[in-house]
Each structure stands twice: as C-alpha cells, then as structure tokens.
Design a protein around this ligand. Structure first.
Ligand code: 13P
Ligand code: SF4
Length: 324
C-alpha cells in the first residue's frame, strides 16, 4: 500500500478547469475512471463508467486501459487490482474504507470459519482481499440471492460480513445461513419511524431500499435492490415520486435520468447527514485529478492473497461455483 495516503488538495490551483484537466490526463495516461453511484455528482460526471459494485467489478475485469482510477472505496479498488494485476490501480483517497470491511478482520474470520466445519463461505464483496481469500465465492447486493441459490439446498453456508444482506437473502431463498455480525454504518441508521412519517406525507411515493438496511426498514419497501436496480426501477416505473433508502449519491443519476420525478432521500436517525457515506465522500474531484496526475496512491495486493482472492471472485464473475 502507498505510504502517503492522502493527497494535498491545496496543491490544486483554484483557477484550474478540473473537468478539462481530468479529460486531458485520462488520455495522456491511457486511464479509465470507474465511479460508484455513491460518489459526489461531479465525480460521477467525469467518470467513464458509473455503476454498482457488480458492474464496476465487471468493468474492471474487461478494461484494456493501463491505469484504473477507482472512484469508490478501498475494497472496490482492491477488487480491480485482484482481477487486473498488471494495471496500475489508484484510489484518490486511500483512507476511503468501509465499515463492513473494517468489522470483519481476516484473523477473526478465519477462526469463525474454523468453528463451522463443513460450511461453504459466501462473502459480500464489501470485505478485504484477505477475507475474500478465505471465501469460496463472492457476491454483491445484486447477485447475492443468485449466488446462494447456486449451492445445493443441503449445503451449510456462512454469509459475511453484512448480517442485513444475509437476512434478506435468507428471506428470499428460504434457507438458513450462519451470519457474520457486520453492518453498513450508513444503511443501519435509517429511521423506521421517520420513514413511516415520510410515507404519510408522500402517499404517492414508492419506497425503494437497499438490502443493507435493517429488516424493520426493509419491510416498508415496495422494491429492494442494489443501487443499479434501484436506479433502473425508478426510471422504469411511472410513479411520480420515490423515497430512496440508500446512500444519497444515487440521487444524482436518478435525477439525471428522470428529471420530472421527485426523489426523496429517506431520513436517518437524529439530524445527522449520515445517509452520506463518509468513506465514499472522502474522494473529491481535486484528489481524483491529483491521482491521475501523479498516479498515486496506488492500491496493491500481495500476490499470494491476490491469487487466493481471485478464485472466489472468478466464480462470481462466471456465475460458476466450479470456475477457477
Ligand atoms: P451496490 O453497489 O451493490 O449497490 O452496494 C452498495 C454499497 O454499499 C457499496 O459500498
Ligand atoms: Fe461501506 Fe456502507 Fe459506505 Fe458502502 S455505504 S462503502 S457498505 S460504509
């Protein structure tokens, strides 16, 4: 990992046209900018590809660019490196982590697996490369149900690290799994009471929610899906308004794709802006420009870990438990 994690944004002259410069540098570096839907709007607008975690890992696997600038969080950039060891992968702010990944350290996870002999391990992509390396298969929020259904019905399963996504998958598949007790700090904070109050004020609005939310919030949802699925649902359905229960960054694409519809962010507990992911929002346009200019901070994965983590990722990308 790069020893100088945070680039100094004050280095960027205020009169620089960042959009033009980023465009110029992308060509000069033969770079592609991949951005998650939770990035700030300007970053989404300069990106070559914007998507959910599955789409981004697919885009990373098939790019022929020499440099991948990952506008997302660390586990996403790591995934890009795992599938693309020969390319330079940079993350505008190396401290862009994830509460789910942080709550599942590899040494404790290895002990958890050892305590459940005979179980296969399915890990949500929101985890470190070391945890991926301990897993049989990876999933994202958009394919978790499908990936679990690939296993024979009588195969005992461990699902980690998101207990809420795990519970959602258990409800959808009707099968029991042993869950790691992790949560996303953004999605666990939505208030059921405030959501119900918002529904009363907006009776015409459909509630669309991400499966990382707590079950008591999800039971009020008309539709549950990954960020890409939520966007697609909101664009396709003719309803005039949507209450959006996920990180606020997705509203940028929703508003762009359907300017005549109303998108209402669901309220978190208290009066905080906790539906902004503090990790995702560590990246800024200035840091992205500096990352492209200086080709750092780079994300690297030790080769033995990378090779072990590639197997479960390949099984996901090929939708085949026997791949790799
Ligand atoms: P998706 O990209 O699968 O919708 O997941 C959202 C998320 O929390 C990414 O960190
Ligand atoms: Fe992690 Fe939640 Fe932020 Fe996604 S939104 S990166 S799961 S903390």
């Amino acid at each position: 990992m790069d020893s100088l994690p945070v680039l100094d944004e004050t280095q960027v002259p205020a009169d620089l046209d960042l959009f033009d410069e980023i465009d110029r540098l992308k060509k000069a570096r033969s770079a592609v900018v991949l951005a998650h839907y939770y990035q700030e709007g300007d970053i989404q607008d300069v990106a070559d590809f914007v998507g959910d975690s599955l789409q981004l890992s697919q885009a990373a696997a098939k790019t022929d660019a020499s440099v991948i600038v990952f506008a997302g969080v660390h586990f996403m950039a790591e995934t890009a490196k795992i599938v693309n060891p020969d390319r330079t992968v940079v993350l505008p702010d190396l401290s862009a982590g994830c509460s789910l990944a942080d709550q599942c350290p590899a040494d404790r996870f290895a002990a958890f697996i050892a305590a459940h002999p005979g179980h296969k391990v399915i890990s949500y992509i929101n985890c470190s490369a070391e945890v991926k390396a301990l897993s049989d298969v990876i999933c994202t929020s958009s394919n978790a149900v499908d990936m679990v259904n690939l296993f024979p019905k009588d195969q005992p399963l461990i699902f980690a690290p998101d207990r809420n996504l795990g519970k959602y998958v258990m409800r959808q598949t009707g099968r029991e799994m042993v869950l790691w007790d992790g949560t996303c700090q953004v999605h666990e904070i939505f208030s059921e009471k405030k959501l119900v109050q918002l529904k009363v004020r907006h009776p015409d609005a459909k509630v669309i929610a991400h499966p990382e939310c707590e079950p008591q919030v999800l039971r009020h949802a008309d539709f549950i899906g990954s960020t890409a699925a939520l966007l697609q649902y909101a664009v396709k359905h003719s309803d005039p308004a949507f209450i959006v229960v996920t990180e606020s960054g997705i509203l940028h694409q929703m508003q762009k794709a359907a300017p005549d519809k109303q998108f209402i962010p669901a309220p978190p507990e208290g009066n905080c802006a906790c539906n902004d992911c503090p990790y995702m929002k560590r990246n800024t346009l200035e840091k992205l420009y500096l990352a492209l200019r200086d080709l750092r901070p780079v994300v690297d994965v030790p080769e033995p870990v990378r090779r072990a983590a590639l197997k479960p990722l390949t099984r996901m990308l090929k939708r085949d438990l026997n791949a790799a």
